[in-house]
Design a protein around this ligand. Structure first.
Ligand SMILES: Nc1ncnc2c1ncn2[C@@H]1O[C@H](COP(=O)(O)OP(=O)(O)O)[C@@H](O)[C@H]1O
Ligand SMILES: N[C@@H](CCC(=O)OP(=O)(O)O)C(=O)O
Length: 271
């Protein structure tokens, strides 16, 4: 496998981790753990940004409808985060892969001393071949005047982390094959876009909201993430997380999903 991408950030969304009946998608968690372990043990460096704390928390206490109250969501994420990490730890252990948990707030990357410490921690973990698993620290995040600690959602968090750790590639795994020229849930004739070199206003118009009650951002937040990535001359892909082995296909140069990058890639046109 080519090693064009040495340091890779992979983000997985709630809709890939939680099934529509509120059960946990253990198959995806197992395959993801195995694929990322292999990459990490074969000359790549891998960081996982995972959503799912609120969804797993809902599963744990048997709640079927996502609450809107912030306090309830924060409590659910506190319940779900430890469960989620347990699932990942057990699953990565099957591939002899050690993982570490980092819960970030925006001030951590905005303040020089704390950002220096987080970067040192991540680099030390990667040097030691440990996979950092990152989520937003939902229970303490706030978004208020003079005290902004919230990333808001994990697509943006993943793009910020990709820049922060100077990674070569961000892969966003979702419940859909990539970015389409219209939301396929509303338009059955929508076509998959294979290559996106820039984020135009027209493109922002085709990006709709989330697909299930468990996902939060939809394609809009993924395009905001892509903008951060392209502005910083990096590369990103949106792939279907149903079978995370698709990560290997993308890295090997197969034209799967949607690729965001200024330079063309062989085999990719939107014709
Ligand atoms: N133009 C588009 N192309 C693809 N998906 C779209 C588009 N517009 C809206 N969507 C919706 O975005 C959803 C993925 O976002 P979301 O539900 O937030 O997932 P995640 O939990 O992976 O972040 C898709 O299931 C789809 O319904
Ligand atoms: N921090 C939240 C995730 C929020 C989020 O961005 O979710 P998603 O749109 O599914 O990536 C959680 O773990 O539930």
């Amino acid at each position: 496998m080519t090693s064009k991408y040495k340091r890779i950030v992979v983000k997985i969304g709630t809709s890939s981790i939680i099934n529509s009946d509120n059960s946990i998608n253990m198959k995806t968690i197992h395959t993801l753990s195995s694929v990322l372990s292999q990459l990490n043990q074969n000359s790549h460096e891998v960081i996982l940004v995972t959503s799912g704390a609120v969804g797993v928390g809902m599963n744990t206490i048997g709640l079927k409808t996502r609450p809107t109250d912030i306090g309830k969501l924060q409590a659910l994420s506190a319940i779900g985060q430890s469960e989620l990490m347990d699932l990942y730890s057990d699953s990565f252990k099957e591939s002899d892969q050690t993982v570490a948990q980092l819960l970030l707030t925006r001030d951590v990357v905005d303040y020089p001393k704390s950002s220096e410490n987080v970067l040192k921690t991540i680099n030390t973990l990667l040097d030691d071949k440990v996979i950092p698993i990152i989520n937003e620290n939902d229970a303490v995040s706030v978004d208020e005047f003079n005290h902004q600690t919230s990333f808001g959602e994990n697509d943006q968090l993943a793009a910020i982390v990709t820049n922060f750790v100077d990674a070569d590639l961000l892969i966003i795994l979702s419940d859909i094959d990539g970015l389409f020229d219209a939301n396929p849930k509303d338009n059955p004739n929508a076509k998959l876009l294979s290559w996106v070199p820039e984020i135009s206003d027209d493109l922002m118009q085709v990006a709709g909201g989330h697909g299930s009650q468990y996902g939060t951002g939809g394609m809009q937040t993924k395009l905001n993430a892509a903008k951060i990535i392209l502005d910083n001359h990096r590369k990103m892909a949106i792939l279907n997380g149903d079978d995370p082995a698709i990560i290997n296909d993308f890295i090997s140069g197969r034209p799967v999903g949607t690729y965001f990058g200024a330079e063309a890639m062989e085999g990719r046109t939107n014709e």
